[in-house]
Every structure is written in structure tokens, then in C-alpha cells.
Design a protein around this ligand. Structure first.
Ligand SMILES: [Zn+2]
Length: 152
């Protein structure tokens, strides 16, 4: 019988297959905030990610995880505190008043191959009086503050 590579429990109906043909159960997909990206990840990458989440000392939703003990942080992947070169919080206001088209943090990291990463909070037209926008803005500012602290 095939088991979930993260929790070792029986797989239910809604499971996702990794790029190396292992499976993650629906409980773990939910717990670790993994969805469509699982298919592009190897089981090793998933184990690394879930381990980081379990050991994180601080996080902002699924956007940003920090481990103050190992001095590492994770967005799309794991980086060291000192890998942060710079970052900025960017908001694209729509031409339509009271709307936001995009809200994201652009981080430049010390990696010549992939020097820029984005943490995206708003990716479609959203009214700024919408609670989705308000929550995104709180999360974005919290991420920016944490990045400020750990990049010092
Ligand atoms: Zn599982």
C-alpha cells in the first residue's frame, strides 16, 4: 500500500503526486499549504519544506517562514538570513480608484542564477475596501518587517 511521504498515513482519495511519483495526502497538503506546486517538486524538496515549517519559530501565513535558531528563512525555497540583498514592498494601484492590481514583495537574494524572488499577496484586481485586500496588506507589511529584522 502507498503511504503519504510526509506523515506516513494511508492516502485518501484527494492526494497529489510528486515529480518523482511519491504521494502527499490531503491532510498534509492542507497543513503545509501545498497545492498545485507538489507536482513540480521532488519528494526530497517536499520533506525539506515540511521539516522547515515544523521547525519554524515564526511565520506569516504560508508566505514566509523563519527559523531564528538556524538563521534561515523560506519563501519559495530556503535561504540564509544573510542571503537577503534588498527587498521592497510594491503595490500596483489600478487606474480605477479604490482598486489594487498587485501587491507583492520583491526580494533580491545573493544567488546569481535566481537573484529575484516574489512573495505575492494580491495577483488580481481587488477593491481596497475588500477584507481580502486588508488582510493581504497586513500580511505584506508583517513580511516586510520580518525581512527588515532578519536582514540586519
Ligand atoms: Zn500526509
Amino acid at each position: 500500500m502507498k503511504l503519504c511521504l510526509v506523515c506516513n498515513n494511508k492516502l485518501g482519495w484527494s492526494k497529489k503526486r510528486t515529480s518523482d511519483k511519491k504521494f502527499v495526502c490531503s491532510k498534509c497538503l492542507k497543513k503545509y499549504g501545498m497545492k498545485s506546486q507538489v507536482g513540480k517538486m521532488t519528494s526530497g524538496e517536499i520533506t525539506e519544506k515540511t521539516k522547515f515549517i515544523d521547525e519554524a519559530t515564526c511565520n506569516v501565513g504560508d508566505y514566509l517562514y523563519v527559523n531564528e535558531n538556524t538563521k534561515e528563512w523560506m519563501a519559495d525555497k530556503i535561504y540564509k538570513f544573510e542571503d537577503i540583498v534588498s527587498f521592497e514592498l510594491v503595490e500596483n494601484k489600478a487606474s480605477h480608484i479604490g482598486c489594487c492590481e498587485a501587491l507583492y514583495i520583491k526580494i533580491t537574494v545573493n544567488d546569481m542564477k535566481n537573484p529575484v524572488i516574489f512573495i505575492k499577496f494580491i495577483t488580481r484586481m481587488t477593491y481596497t475596501n475588500d477584507k481580502v485586500y486588508k488582510k493581504a496588506l497586513v500580511d505584506a507589511n508583517k513580511c516586510a518587517s520580518i525581512l527588515e529584522i532578519i536582514s540586519k
